[in-house]
Design a protein around this ligand. Structure first.
Ligand SMILES: Cc1cc2nc3c(=O)[nH]c(=O)nc-3n(C[C@H](O)[C@H](O)[C@H](O)COP(=O)(O)OP(=O)(O)OC[C@H]3O[C@@H](n4cnc5c(N)ncnc54)[C@H](O)[C@@H]3O)c2cc1C
Length: 427
């Protein structure tokens, strides 16, 4: 087995990974476990230690994916970085088997990811926020890239940008101690004393439903207003045929499909991922709601078909709500408002500065990406700029921002980097 050389070794690394979430962690593992190359790699992660959506590590929340779609199994079931190896290492393999589940808790999966990251600690710098990537020219060609962090610059032959998604919050909303995005939910909750708080949760997706349910459990005397434009929560389609949209083969088909087919595929299968909730959780929320109707108490208020038109913050948060069918307005006063309004792609060009001008665009102004996740650039750029994660949904389909193809995608990028490295040595 190849041992991935340490970040301390060379002056110029072959691969600089920006972000060390599951995507680039899986790439580090794939490079580490692929024989026959001597590529060097260094990864930069802005968090002070490994963390996977820590702000949503709610007790009892489960994964939306089989544990077999871990960092490595679909690339190589014999990998030492599989979820099963983790369980074995932790002495829980037998107990997990008896548990008879495919989808572990998010807390356990986070622990697995951290366990895997710790094994490759020598290739990652934590607390390293990448501020920009600068081109380095030689004889009129861009041959290297300088990766700038607050503490220094590292020269690389290739970069792999995997910086994840960014919270999507309505423009007029100022986050504060009273108004949170779901991505910081657990942190805010830790600081909150017990009490009969009034919460409003905005959104009807998985995070919104999880937060609503959790608040009702955690604050037995609190009230929770769930505000969303739909009539009710919609269920995530995780049935076997629908799941095929997450297969590695779907990525091949999606990448070659014409734009109208890409658009249709994203629309047809949006209900596997966007603004949808696990069936069990919708049933639990309905059960609570119905029990409250029976008892004549109302702690969970479902303000459906409703949009927030204005928000004002003082010693409380005052929301102006519009009931969409009638246009009727009303005020809702809450102590805390949680926007579980999702995420948007982090455009990799924001990090690229002048380099962005070398990246080719499609007719809609979106950056072009080849099948191996390399940005399509003009001939002047001789180094590889790879992108993985939700930012490539327009080229590689709906699984891009999820864990489904993480292991396989990492292998594809690793192969492309290795092939390029071998060519460079031969040239
Ligand atoms: C609460 C929640 C639960 C989820 N559950 C599932 C699930 O069960 N199944 C599933 O398939 N998907 C799930 N997802 C989707 C999620 O996108 C993937 O699980 C996964 O996080 C994608 O990995 P990533 O590495 O692409 O991005 P991320 O996990 O977001 O990692 C990106 C990393 O880059 C770092 N970073 C960003 N910018 C910089 C910078 N400039 N310099 C240095 N570092 C930087 C970030 O700190 C972060 O650690 C979930 C998402 C959320 C929010």
């Amino acid at each position: 087995m190849n041992s991935l050389p340490s970040r301390e070794d060379p002056d110029v690394v072959d691969v600089a990974g920006i972000g060390f979430g599951p995507a680039n962690l899986a790439l580090a593992i794939a490079l580490h476990e692929t024989d026959g190359h001597d590529l060097t790699a260094a990864f930069f992660e802005r968090q002070p230690e490994f963390g996977w959506h820590r702000g949503m590590l709610i007790d009892d929340a489960t994964m939306q994916i089989s544990f077999l779609k871990d960092l490595a199994t679909m690339r190589d079931p014999r990998s030492e970085f599989s979820f099963l190896c983790y369980l074995h290492d932790k002495g829980r393999l037998v107990d997990f088997i008896n548990h008879q589940i495919l989808m572990p808790s998010r807390i356990e999966f986070h622990d697995y990811l951290g366990w895997a990251a710790a094994k490759l600690d020598h290739v990652v710098s934590y607390g390293a926020d990448v501020l920009a990537v600068h081109p380095v020219e030689e004889h009129g060609r861009i041959t290297h890239l300088d990766v700038e962090t607050a503490t220094g610059t590292r020269r690389a032959r290739n970069v792999v940008v995997a910086t994840g998604l960014i919270p999507d919050i309505p423009q007029d909303v100022q986050l504060s101690d009273r108004v949170w995005h779901s991505s910081h939910f657990v942190r805010h909750l830790q600081d909150l004393p017990d009490g009969p708080h009034r919460f409003t949760v905005v959104g009807a997706g998985q995070s919104a439903a999880e937060i609503t349910n959790h608040l009702l459990d955690r604050f037995p005397h609190g009230e929770v207003n769930a505000v969303f434009a739909r009539r009710g929560y919609s269920v995530a389609d995780d049935s076997p045929f629908a799941n095929r949209i997450f297969d590695p083969e779907s990525v091949d088909h999606f990448h070659t499909a014409p734009p109208d087919v890409k658009k249709s595929l994203l629309n047809y299968h949006a209900s596997t991922n966007y603004s949808v909730v696990d069936l069990d959780l919708t049933k639990e929320l309905y059960r609570r709601h119905y029990q409250e109707l029976v008892r004549g108490t109302e702690r969970l208020r479902l303000l459906h078909t409703t949009r927030i038109r204005d928000i004002r913050q003082s010693d409380a948060v005052r929301l102006q709500l519009e009931f969409l069918p009638t246009g009727e307005h009303r005020e809702l006063v809450s102590d805390f408002v949680i926007y579980a309004t999702g995420y948007r792609p982090n455009d990799p060009r924001n990090l690229l500065g002048d380099l962005a001008g070398y990246v080719k665009e499609d007719d809609c102004g979106k950056f072009q990406v080849d099948r191996n996740y390399r940005l399509v650039t003009t001939e002047d750029v001789r180094c590889g700029i790879y992108v993985q994660g939700g930012a490539t949904e327009h080229t590689h389909g709906i699984s891009s921002g999820l864990l489904s193809t993480t292991a396989v995608r990492a292998a594809e990028i690793a192969r492309a980097l290795i092939a390029d490295g071998v060519c460079r040595v031969r040239a």
